[in-house]
Design a protein around this ligand. Sequence first.
Ligand code: SF4
Ligand code: SF4
Length: 482
Amino acid sequence: MEKKLASRKSDRSEVRGETEDFRDHLATADKEGRRKWVYPRKPRGRYYRARIWLTWVLLTIMFAGPFIKINGNPLLMINVVERKFSVFGVIFWPQDNLVFALGFLLFLMGIAVFTAAFGRLWCGYACPQTVLMEMVFRRIEYWIEGDAPAQKKLDHAPWTASKVGKKLFKHGIFLGLSFIIGNTLLAYIIGIDALKDLITDDPRRHLAGLGFMGLFTLLFYGIFARFREQACTFICPYGRLQATLLDENSIVVGYDYKRGEMRGKLQRAETAAARSARGAGDCIDCFQCVSVCPTGIDIRNGTQMECVNCTACIDVCDEVMDKIGRRRGLIRYASLNGIEKGEPLRVTPRLVGYGVILLCLGLGLLALLVTRSPVDTTLLRAPGALFQKAPEGRISNLYLLKLTNKTHHQMPVQLKLENVDGRLTVLGGQLDLPAERQTEASVLVEIAPEHLRSGTTPIVVGVYAGGKRLNQVKTVFVGPRK
Ligand code: SF4
Ligand code: SF4
C-alpha cells in the first residue's frame, strides 16, 4: 500500500515538476537536526468552530469522569496498583483475563477498521493530546502572546519586563493546567476517593502518591509547553500505523492536486478564466495552509505521517478560495481515489473483512460479559499438606479457597461437593462475601475410602448463593494407593 501511495505522490510531483526531498527531512528540524520551533497561525473557520464545540464536550467528559459513579463505582478506573478496574461502573478483576484479552483485541480491531475507513479522524477531533495542545494550551498562548508572528517576535525580542511578565504568566497557567490534568489522570488510576485521601491526609503517609502527582504534572507541562507536536510525530505509534492501515479509499485531509496544480501566484487583476487559460491551477501558492499547520508540514506534498488531521489547512484554504472566487475544497476530506479518479467513498472488501472480525469479537465479548460469573473461585490444595486419616476411617485433604465477589452487594455462599459422596467444611464458618472484595478461607474435604480411587481422585466443588449455582471448580483429592 505504501508503495502505491508513494507512486501516486510521485505522479503528483511530476505534475509539479518537483522532487520529493521533503521526505528526507522532518519539517520541524533543520539540516543539523536541531528542532525548528513551529509557530502555527491561529486557525479559524467552520471546522475549527466545530472542534471548539466538541472540545467543550470532551473536556467536560474528561474532567467530570472521575466524579461520576455508577452503582457506587467509578465510571472508569484503571487501578493497576490494586489490580482493580472499573468500566461503566462494573468492576473487573485480573481473573477476568479473557474479557481483558478480548476487549483489547476488539479495541485494536476497532482502531484498524476506524482508521481504514476514516483515517485519522480520531487524532484531529478526539485525541487528548491534540485536544489539549491545540484547543487549550495553544489557545491560551494565542491569548497571552498573540498570533504566530507576534509569538515569534516576542521569542526573538530581548528580555524586557513585559516579556518576562508574559512568559511567567503563560507558564504559570500551563503549570497549573498540567497539575489539574495530572491529578485527573491520577484519579482515573486510583479513583477519586483515594485521590481525595492523598490530598487531605498526612503527606508523610502518601509519599509515593504525591511523587506521582508531581511527576504527572511535570510530564504534562513538558509535553504541552515544550515537546508539543513531537509527541505525535516521534512517540505516538498510531501515526506510524497509518502506512499500513490507510488505503486509497480511506478518508484523509487531502490536497486536490488535479485542481490545484500547476500552482502559481495570483497575478494582479487576473480573472479565473485567464488563470485557467495559462494552465494555472487553483492553488495560488500562498502558503497559508503551511502557516497554520501545527506540525509544520505542507499538505500539498500528499498524506504524511505528521498530519494529525486537525483541519486547520482546510479552513484556511477555503478562506483563500472564497477570496479569489474559487470553489471551496481544494484541501478537503477526501480519499486518494476520490481526488484522483473522482470516485465516491466506498466500502472496500478489506473494510468488510475487518468489520466481520470486529463483529465476531464484539459478539464474543458480549457473550463473555453476559455469562460472566458474579463470583470467581480458586480452590487449591494447601501447599505441603498430605492427606490425613480420621479415626473413623475417612480421608481428609486441606484446601485454600479464594473467592472474589464481583458484585456490588454482600453475598452469603455455600460450597457443595458435586461428584463424590463426602463432607466439605469451611474452616471459620459461614462464607459471607463482602461486595467487590476477595475472601480467602481454608476448606477441609473428607471422603470415605470406598469412594476414592487409588492415589488421586478428581473432585468438583460447586459454589451456591440463594440456591443457585454460581460456578464450579475442579481440583484433586489425594488419598492412599490401593
Ligand atoms: S492555502 Fe490553498 S491556495 Fe494557498 S497554498 Fe495552500 S493549497 Fe494553495
Ligand atoms: S496538514 Fe492540515 S490537517 Fe494535517 S496537521 Fe497540518 S494543518 Fe492539520
